[in-house]
Design a protein. Structure first.
Length: 264
């Protein structure tokens, strides 16, 4: 692919990811990672590094898009700062550990684990089960351990962590607004430390294509960020005009197809 065609493809990917993220109310990682795999295959990127490059690049995009979302929640007072600070050490250490786990896995095995994770999310979406509300007051130790799990799994799969952090915060007694806002804030250190560690882990790998800095593909990062933010607004506009059940089931079906692609 020529440079122009590659940049246009990444812009299109960002537009699609932003639209779907706004439409379905999820972070873009579940969409960006599989889409990047397809893009990297078309460019002839070595399969040994394609999955790691997709996950690292996805986390790098979340640093930018997540910062905007976090600022918006902060201005509206929907972030529980005490819980965020309690989760923070675990989030950082978990994110770094998750990247090293990813680096120790082959591209095929990492892809298989991603496929299983996506299928589990698809089942949850299809069943329509929201996070269980609770009134537990977790200790700082429990928060740190939860942060480590959330950070590790999120960095391993290139997602912002909302799939895990929203249910946990809801069980701790947060309202849905607080859970969404605090989860958004949690995604920022996960993405920042995860992406930085992917750069370090992948640095100097001879199989990486031109434009890659470690396991972060810079042209993809720029293209996705430029297009995803404005198109997320289009997704939100569509979400308010389509039935909620149709949105949930269609997204579950999309995730099931993506998950099966990684497993078959």
């Amino acid at each position: 692919m020529s440079l122009l065609a590659t940049l246009l493809a990444y812009l299109a990917l960002g537009a699609a990811a932003g639209t779907l993220a706004g439409l379905y109310g999820v972070g873009g990682g579940l969409i960006i990672v599989p889409a990047l795999i397809v893009a990297f295959e078309l460019q002839g990127v070595a399969p040994e590094v394609a999955m790691h490059l997709a996950v690292g690049t996805s986390l790098a995009t979340i640093v930018v898009t997540g910062a905007s979302s976090t600022w918006g929640h902060y201005r509206r007072g929907s972030i529980r700062r005490d819980w965020f600070l309690a989760l923070l050490p675990g989030l950082v250490l978990g994110a770094i550990a998750g990247v090293f786990v990813a680096g120790s896995l082959s591209g095929g095995r990492l892809g298989t684990l991603f496929g299983v994770f996506v299928l589990l999310v698809a089942v949850k979406m299809a069943l329509g089960r929201g996070p269980a509300a609770g009134q537990a007051q977790p200790s700082r130790t429990a928060m740190s351990l939860a942060g480590a799990v959330i950070g590790g799994v999120s960095a391993l799969f290139g997602i912002g962590g909302g799939t895990l952090s929203v249910p946990w915060l809801s069980r701790c007694g947060a309202t849905m607004t607080q859970a969404a806002g605090t989860s958004s804030a949690c995604g920022l250190p996960i993405a920042l430390f995860g992406a930085a560690t992917f750069v370090v882990v992948g640095w100097g790998n001879p199989l990486l294509p031109s434009g890659a800095v470690g396991f972060v593909m810079l042209p993809a990062l720029f293209g996705i960020v430029l297009a995803s933010v404005p198109f997320a607004r289009l997704g939100v506009w569509l979400a308010h005009r389509l039935p909620a059940r149709l949105l949930r089931l269609s997204f579950a079906a999309l995730l099931a197809v993506v998950g099966l692609k990684f497993l078959l």
